[in-house]
Write a protein that binds this ligand. Structure first.
Ligand code: NAD
Length: 261
């Protein structure tokens, strides 16, 4: 049995992962804005520091795994692009940097970051925003999405998920991460029926776009299905998995990109 941290533990897929890990007898430290072991706002540097320190204190300095599920969807709103960049990108990267030594001390630690199939299916995501995030410049990243007007939150979302996936793949293979025995991987869900998706479906324009998006299997995924994949990616069976982005999306990525191999 291990000690795991799960961000976004209060809702949706994060909550489903917590339930499965706990029911298998693991210790789980949940991080969220509310109803969590460590309550912290990952949209600010101060909140991220509190999350890092709170988890290190609660874990005793060793983490067998981390699941980074906290995230915001592309809802409308002028301040939304900044929140998306802060939570979806820096709320992953800053926390993992802060927990690096605790993960290394477990020797075979596993990390699963929530990406999205929007990384390969959303057109025209601004490369400048992606590069700015990877360079640590949130202000520049947000500015690069503003040009898109009412589509700025969608572009910030797509860019945040591409940037975080690229960060996972770049770092996964380094001496600092792979060399320390830490497996960094990402999961890329399609449309999963969680409170995040329900909020989008409540907006007629967004609902129309979501329902017309090609999903070969049809319908939506459910949080417990995704949680099974995450638990597998945290298990010993995933020892040889490193720097992979696993798409669990009902076939949308294959529909768009079957010949990209
Ligand atoms: P959800 O809204 O049900 O859960 C997300 C959790 O993140 C919530 O508990 C929320 O409080 C937390 N969170 C948000 N902002 C935070 C902040 N500032 N500080 C701390 N916690 C914060 O969403 P979900 O659908 O379970 O999403 C989980 C992850 O999967 C997200 O990263 C999301 O982008 C990604 N994703 C979701 C879908 C989908 O269709 N649901 C598809 C692809 C990717």
């Amino acid at each position: 049995m291990g000690v795991y941290v799960v961000t976004g533990s209060a809702s949706g897929m994060g909550a489903a992962v917590v339930e499965k890990l706990r029911s298998a007898g693991n210790t789980v430290i949940g991080v969220d804005l509310r109803s969590a072991d460590v309550v912290a706002d990952l949209s600010t540097a101060t909140g991220r520091r509190a999350a890092i320190d709170g988890v290190l204190a609660a874990s005793g300095g060793t983490l067998d795994g981390a699941v980074l599920a906290a995230g915001l969807g592309p809802a409308p709103g002028a301040d939304r692009p900044a929140l998306i960049v802060e939570v979806n990108y820096f709320g992953v990267v800053d926390l993992l940097e802060g927990w690096h030594d605790a993960l290394a001390s477990a020797e075979r630690a596993k990390v699963v970051v929530f990406s999205s199939n929007s990384t390969t299916t959303m057109p025209a995501v601004p490369g400048r925003a992606i590069r700015a995030m990877l360079a640590g410049d949130s202000g520049k990243a947000v500015k690069a999405t503003r040009l898109f007007g009412k589509n700025a939150p969608a572009m910030a979302y797509g860019a945040s998920k591409i940037a975080v996936s690229r960060w996972v793949r770049r770092q996964a293979v380094t001496a600092r991460w792979a060399g320390a025995g830490i497996r960094l991987n990402a999961i890329a869900p399609g449309a999963i029926l969680t409170p995040l998706l329900e909020r989008q479906l409540a907006t007629p324009d967004e609902a129309k776009a979501i329902r017309s998006f090609p999903v070969p299997i049809g319908g939506f995924g459910v949080p417990s299905q995704l949680a099974e994949w995450v638990v597998f990616m945290l298990s010993d069976a995933a020892d040889f998995l490193c720097g992979s982005v696993v798409f669990v999306d009902g076939g949308s990525d294959a529909w768009f990109r079957a010949d990209d191999w």
